[in-house]
Design a protein around this ligand. Structure first.
Ligand SMILES: Nc1ncnc2c1ncn2[C@@H]1O[C@H](COP(=O)(O)OP(=O)(O)OP(=O)(O)O)[C@@H](O)[C@H]1O
Length: 689
């Protein structure tokens, strides 16, 4: 089982971490204040050896008890001051840093909401979850600890070395001896650790994806008795993660070994040289004590460099992963298509983590320093449910409709206006106004030579949709029929701009949808998808999600009546009953009716329904149809339909085949004239589904 490998890249941890500045800026005063306090505290610690020197060479040598007591009191005071200052530092950083973490998390969540569906198609949810949780926690820890202490320890080491050189420069040089090898080791370590840190954090994301999928798919897992294989998949991934963590620990142990051993040897050597000098009378005992105390006081600042660097590397990786998401382009507010430009994981076009630009301003024009492999790309174990990016079949493939249709008819050039296909009657039974004037031609929902290929589909694959010309007149309902995989859902997803067109235009009453703001577009168009997704909120809130904030109880009741969702009144708390995560406490048909109610609650001008009645029994279906008919009378609607009963809701039918509109007409006309349509409606297709 593959995991998400760390990208092979050289990036500067410092430049990556500098990208955090816009978030840290608001709390900079406190952070700098805290760092200053820590430096003072650390330097207070360095005064202790000097006080010791004074005591040894002074009151102790002179056998002066009063002086010794005074010295001891002074030492106590120094220790107390040091502890107090470190406590103050902690107090200064705790609150602002939780603010930084919270604001970064809020920014990430807000950004995820605005990213196009194409982005979410490519990214495994676990990868996004781990970026919003583990990675942000690592960043908070970095800001609280390594950021300050790399600075504090650096200053402490510098001041300590100066003090030691001033005490005795020969001993000082002995102590400084290991500095170069330690620095070289740190540089080598930093590079290696960066790669491992990236790998481990990506693997945490993969693991999160598996857990999330197993929880959401627990019914399938149990139903198919797949818990053992899921467990195995999880164990394999966590074993891989454990392996990476162990390699990190080994690397850390190596550098710690070097960083601890070399200075210890140097202190040992200085001790020997110092004792010889004291014996020769060249050096006072007090100076030697002060020198060695200073050297020992510097032990912790030096030894901690290893794990401070490790934590900084992890933070740099977390920053990089955070900005990979934040740099992805959000949907344009109006006429700026963004989905096609969204850099996808695994494409090598991830934003340049080293660009140093502020969050939200990253242009994504970097040279692909991001993850060389898509988060979760294909690495997610599971039930083979096509959950990972790139696991879907090539668009347009496996359609099968072309070979079965046998009609061989060319697509209608402007199917919306063509006479009923093959009938020559030119009198579709729609209830909407007949074409006749230019304005009427513009009115309604129109597809103009629309072509669409999924952004992550191979560039040489056939587009899912091509040359789609279709006109649904104002007030008209059009059913969309086609073999499974023919692109019906894809076509409906283009209307609310869940995906951007590859070419062509879609207009609503003559206005290009790319020219409308997202809000305006989504106020005009309501959608009910084949998979009725509900949120962990009350029944009422789930339905009213589709309406304006001002919508009230009356709107809710009307929508529930249309969707024949009266069952909600017998739930324990009526419309206030929580539906549980994903609405799994409800039946499929109940969920579908709530999704339908959500679509109609705002009385939209344009309604897009993707097979809205598939999970209903025949009686409920008939009741919903009867109520839906009233809604459809005032709405321009496109309804994906598999069954004749749903098709009959519509005024006309468009047949989608081979990615094109192959025929348009009334149900009965198409039954007579189109072999593929007759075949699909005969139920054989449904049997094959
Ligand atoms: N996000 C995606 N990325 C790449 N290809 C996709 C994606 N979603 C769907 N496809 C492909 O596009 C084609 C059309 O899929 P679509 O879901 O639109 O078919 P459909 O006609 O609605 O099928 P059904 O009747 O089974 O619901 C299929 O080949 C499918 O594999």
């Amino acid at each position: 089982m593959a995991t998400t490998p760390a990208p092979a890249q050289d990036r500067s941890a410092v430049r990556t971490l500098l990208r955090l500045w816009p978030y840290v800026r608001p709390v900079r005063a406190r952070l700098f204040g805290a760092a200053l306090v820590a430096i003072v505290a650390s330097c207070v610690g360095l005064v202790i050896p000097l006080a010791l020197k004074w005591m040894v060479d002074g009151p102790i040598a002179d056998r002066d008890p009063a002086g010794v007591w005074l010295g001891a009191l002074f030492l106590l005071l120094l220790g107390f001051t040091e502890a107090l200052l470190f406590g103050l530092r902690r107090w200064l950083v705790a609150r602002p840093l939780s603010h930084v973490e919270a604001s970064m998390r809020a920014a990430l969540y807000g950004h995820l909401q605005r990213l196009p569906v194409a982005f979410h198609d490519r990214w495994a949810s676990g990868q996004l979850l781990s970026r919003g949780t583990t990675d942000l926690m690592l960043l908070r820890m970095f800001l609280a600890f390594p950021l300050t202490f790399l600075l504090v320890n650096g200053v402490t080491i510098l001041v300590g070395v100066i003090i030691m050189l001033l005490q005795d420069w020969t001993l000082g040089l002995v102590i400084l001896g290991p500095a170069v090898p330690v620095m070289v080791t740190c540089v080598i370590f930093e590079r290696r650790y960066a790669k491992l840190a990236r790998r481990a954090q990506d693997q945490v994301g993969d693991l999160t994806t598996v857990v999330e999928e197993s929880v959401l798919g627990i019914r399938i897992i149990k139903g198919f008795g797949r818990h053992r294989s899921q467990e195995r998949a999880f164990r394999d991934l966590s074993k891989t993660l454990r392996g990476t963590e162990l390699r990190k620990a080994r690397l850390l142990a190596t550098i710690w070994g070097v960083i601890v051993t070399l200075p210890e040897v140097a202190i040992g050597a200085a001790l020997v040289v110092g004792v010889v000098q004291v014996a020769d009378g060249v050096l006072s005992a007090g100076t030697l004590v002060a020198f060695l105390s200073t050297a020992l006081a510097l032990r912790w600042p030096v030894e901690s460099i290893g794990f401070l660097l490790a934590m900084s590397q992890e933070a740099a990786t977390a920053t990089e992963r955070y900005f990979e998401v934040m740099d992805a382009e959000v949907e344009g507010a109006g006429g700026t298509p963004a989905a096609a430009a969204t850099p996808g994981p695994g494409t090598g076009s991830a934003p340049d983590a080293d660009s140093g630009s502020a969050p939200g301003t990253g242009s994504g024009s970097g040279s692909g320093t991001g993850s060389a492999q898509g988060p979760g790309s294909g690495s997610t174990p599971g039930l083979g449910s096509a959950s990972g990016p790139g696991t879907r079949s090539a668009p347009g493939s496996g359609n099968g409709s072309r070979s079965r249709s046998g009609s061989g008819r060319a697509p209608a050039s402007d199917a919306g206006f063509a006479p009923a296909f093959g009938s020559g009657s030119g009198s579709p039974s729609g209830t909407g106004p007949r074409p006749g004037s230019a304005t009427v031609q513009e009115k309604g929902l129109r597809f103009h030579d629309v072509r669409f290929r999924y952004p992550d589909a191979p560039s040489d694959s056939l587009p899912v949709l091509q040359h789609i010309d279709l006109h649904i007149r104002p007030g008209e309902s059009m059913a969309l029929v086609g073999a499974t995989g023919s692109g019906k859902t894809t076509l409906t997803a283009l209307i609310p701009r869940l995906y951007e067109l590859t070419s062509g235009r879609i207009t609503l009453d003559g206005a290009d949808i790319t020219g409308l703001s997202r809000e305006a577009l989504r106020a005009k168009v309501a959608v009910a998808f084949e998979e009725p997704t509900l949120f962990s909120a009350s029944v009422g809130d789930n339905v009213l999600m589709g309406a304006k904030d001002t919508a009230g109880h009356a709107d809710l009741e009307r929508a529930l009546a249309v969707a024949q969702a009266g069952f909600v009144h017998s739930l324990p708390q009526g419309t206030d009953t929580p539906v549980g995560e994903q609405g799994l406490s409800l039946s499929g048909g109940q969920r579908q009716r709530l999704a339908l109610a959500r679509a109609v609650v705002a009385q939209p001008e344009f309604l897009v329904l993707d097979d809205p009645l598939s999970a209903l029994d025949v009686h409920t279906e008939a009741a919903v149809e009867a109520a839906l008919r009233q809604v459809l009378a005032d709405t321009t609607a496109l309804i994906v339909a598999h069954r004749p009963s749903t098709v009959l809701l519509a005024d006309r039918v468009a047949l989608l085949s081979g990615g094109r509109i192959a025929a348009v007409g009334t149900h009965h006309e198409l039954l007579r004239t189109n072999a593929e349509y007759a075949y699909l409606m005969s139920g054989e297709e449904e049997g094959a589904r």
